[in-house]
Write a protein that binds this ligand. Structure first.
Ligand code: NAD
Ligand code: MG
Length: 332
């Protein structure tokens, strides 16, 4: 039975004479199916695509809505349980990929969510706004380029104003462009990569901290690349290492203020970043085949870590790096 037909069934049952009995039976059936011993917690994972993948490349920054196959961001699968009720979150790169999966999960956990993205990504952002609003949560869409301090400050100010405060900042946007050798990494590309991936989280965090209160959380996105860089994206890998270190250092600094700082470190995930210049065609075709799970992860599979990193119940966890790598080693 699909989720919609289950809901329809439950709604129909509620109208009938034997409503309580029928609804009770249906709810038990759903619960039993969910908690069947040995059943995978995410049955859809068994059907996720495996290499070889199609190599439909896109111009940067790419759109999730144009990817083949389309990534699963948890649109139909993520179920919340009120872990972030009443929280107000800003997620950069919230239009697609890992950021979109986090945005969907946060809204379903009860948070209002502002997303930032580039103007070219408006079609992806519209889908995310609709998904957040479908949960009855407030969605704020703020397009703009993170490569200047001036915009980063404005973004935080506008998000906090429209959300009525800021409890969670997810630094997730990044630039990853593959280059076969250091000789081909121009100063311009190096600068853009550093500005987007290192300076922007620094600027955004500084601005957010002017507004954040005790209990607030910063969630950064690092990578398995932080500890095990691939040769052709070494300039990008440096930035993921910087973010990992930033997470640990800032966590120490902010502990006395009761503000936690954690990071999520993904392995290979099926997102626009990879098809829009982040990977070569050869790498994309076999993406994730070197992991023990033998495939790329889908953004839906990492969203629970973004929820955990921000969950107030995880109050002793700060300066932590949560990994999702398909079985390969963790960053240092
Ligand atoms: P993605 O393309 O869906 O997300 C990256 C986002 O960054 C884009 O949607 C875009 O909105 C944003 N962005 C880039 N440059 C920007 C700029 N100048 N101004 C504003 N926004 C900008 O890809 P993703 O893989 O979901 O990436 C999210 C995070 O995950 C990144 O930090 C990336 O380093 C990290 N990561 C991804 C993988 C992977 O295999 N996909 C692996 C490890 C880490
Ligand atoms: Mg995008």
């Amino acid at each position: 039975m699909t989720e919609t037909s289950r809901r329809t069934f439950l709604a129909g049952a509620a109208l009938s004479a034997g409503a309580a009995v029928a609804a009770g039976t249906a709810t038990r059936a759903v619960a039993q199916e969910k908690h069947k011993p040995g059943a995978p917690t995410a049955p859809q994972a068994a059907n996720y695509p495996k290499p070889p993948y199609p190599t439909d490349m896109q111009p940067w920054p790419g759109l999730a809505s144009k990817m083949n196959p389309r990534p699963d961001h948890g649109e139909t699968s993520y179920k919340g349980s009120g872990k972030l009720t009443g929280k107000r979150a800003l997620i950069t790169g919230g239009d697609s990929g890992i950021g979109r999966a986090a945005a969907i999960a946060y809204a379903r956990e009860g948070a209002d969510v502002a997303i930032n993205y580039l103007p070219q990504e408006e079609p992806d952002a519209r889908e995310v706004v609709a998904l957040i609003e479908a949960e009855g949560r407030k969605a704020v869409a703020i397009p703009g380029d993170l490569r200047t301090e001036e915009f980063c400050r404005r973004l935080v100010e506008e998000a906090a104003t429209q959300l009525g405060g800021l409890d969670i900042l997810v630094n997730n946007a990044a630039l990853q462009q593959t280059r076969p050798s250091i000789a081909e990494i121009s100063s311009e590309l190096f600068d853009d990569t550093m500005k987007t991936n290192v300076y922007a989280p620094f600027w955004l965090t500084k601005a957010a901290l002017e507004r954040m209160k005790e209990g607030a959380v910063i969630v950064n996105t690092s990578s398995e690349q932080a500890g095990n860089p691939s040769a052709e994206i070494m300039h990008y890998a440096m930035t993921r290492a910087a973010v990992l270190n930033f997470t640990k250092g800032l966590a120490k600094q902010l502990a006395p203020r009761g503000i936690r700082v954690n990071a999520v470190a993904p392995g290979p995930f099926w997102t626009p970043l990879q098809v829009a210049g982040g990977a070569t065609e050869e790498k994309l075709r076999e993406f994730g085949s070197d992991t023990p799970l033998g495939r790329a992860g889908q953004p839906a599979e990492i969203a629970p870590l973004y929820v955990a990193a921000a969950d107030p119940l995880l109050s002793f966890s700060t300066g932590q790096i949560f990994g999702s790598t398909g079985g390969n080693g963790q960053p240092a």
